[in-house]
Design a protein around this ligand. Structure first.
Ligand SMILES: NC(=O)c1ccc[n+]([C@@H]2O[C@H](COP(=O)([O-])OP(=O)(O)OC[C@H]3O[C@@H](n4cnc5c(N)ncnc54)[C@H](O)[C@@H]3O)[C@@H](O)[C@H]2O)c1
Length: 307
């Protein structure tokens, strides 16, 4: 009898939690954004007072900076004093990122490019050097997600994902490293994923590309430490961005998706683009001068838990 009462209590508690979850999530999201806005106001005040900021004097390229994590990273880098090359295949949204930076007093230039085209990548690096005189920071963030097992992923999807997510890192580093070597200490950060370190379902090409990024990061770190270039990657968990496509457009799907995203974390919530941008800022700045070859997991505890 006692056991039944306890079970009923647990059931009711779980039910209440489930019913309240959408409200909790939107409050939680708003609360975190508000905290961040307050923090940013404090930082802006400090910067105005001291004239210092974490990327002052640096020139940075962020690929895939038109939306999501890339946009948040480009905006944050510019606010911390970097001159930023916003590189993306999406011209309209890329220009919006630049406008957002310029509106808040930062400096940025847009390069419309495809990370799958070597000549575009070469032009992106050249633009940074010609316009701003050097290159110190490269954040390889552009990426796409396609679902499918190895059985039902068509070869064109497989190649597209590997080319956009993984080979692009090779291409961008290949062109950027000579410019970074000439510019003094450099920092490259590649955006991998928790899907590169743990097994999930139905994203074979994506997981392979992200696992490849982690291995390639270590390799480049070893090869170019001698050039004073540090190379690290970030493994984000589930972050609310347009990468999830039209699923987020319908309110019903959006709620189901947000619940599922929240399930993928110990903290009971999904990540925001800024959560990853702050990790990218640390790895781009001199604060991480002793960090290279690392894979920094930013996933709300997702990969640390045993199911
Ligand atoms: N959102 C997540 O949950 C999550 C989790 C782990 C890793 N990531 C990774 O974070 C990175 C950013 O993704 P996001 O979630 O911000 O998604 P997003 O779709 O908002 O951003 C991706 C950006 O890359 C650009 N892009 C795509 N193909 C390109 C190409 N060929 N050339 C140039 N630009 C191109 C897009 O236009 C877009 O601006 C990706 O590498 C993604 O795999 C995201």
């Amino acid at each position: 009898m006692k056991k039944t009462i306890v079970e009923v209590r647990h059931y009711l508690a779980r039910l209440v939690l489930k019913l309240c979850r959408p409200t909790f999530q939107s409050l939680n999201e708003e609360f975190r954004r508000q905290r961040r806005r307050e923090h940013e106001q404090v930082v802006a005040g400090l910067v105005a007072k001291t004239g210092s900021s974490r990327l002052l004097g640096k020139v940075a390229i962020v690929t895939g900076a038109a939306t999501g994590i890339g946009r948040a990273t480009a905006v944050l880098f510019a606010r911390e004093g970097a001159k930023v090359v916003v590189a993306d295949i999406n011209e309209g949204a890329g220009q919006e990122t630049v406008q957002e930076i310029v509106r808040s007093g930062g400096e940025a230039a847009f390069v419309c490019m495809d990370v799958c085209h070597d000549s575009d990548v070469e032009r992106m690096v050249r633009t940074a050097v010609e316009r701003y005189g050097k290159l110190n920071v490269l954040t390889n963030n552009a990426g796409i997600l396609k679902y499918g097992t190895v059985e039902n992923t068509p070869p064109e999807d497989w190649h597209r994902v590997i080319d956009t997510n993984l080979s692009s890192v090779y291409r961008c580093c290949r062109h950027a490293i000579p410019a970074m070597t000439k510019s003094g200490p450099g920092a490259i950060t590649n955006i991998a994923s928790v899907q590169g370190v743990a097994g999930f379902q139905n994203a074979a090409a994506y997981a392979a590309s992200k696992g490849g990024i982690i291995a390639l990061t270590r390799q480049i770190a070893r090869d170019f430490a001698v050039n004073s270039i540090r190379v690290n990657c970030i493994c984000p968990g589930v972050v609310l961005t347009p990468i999830f496509g039209s699923v987020l457009d319908s309110p019903l799907n959006r709620e189901a998706m947000l619940n599922e995203m929240a399930d993928h974390s110990q903290l009971g919530t999904y990540g925001l683009p800024e959560d990853i941008a702050y990790a990218a800022l640390y790895l781009a700045s001199d604060e991480s001068a002793f960090v290279t070859g690392a894979a920094l997991v930013v996933d709300g505890g997702l990969t640390s838990q045993a199911h």
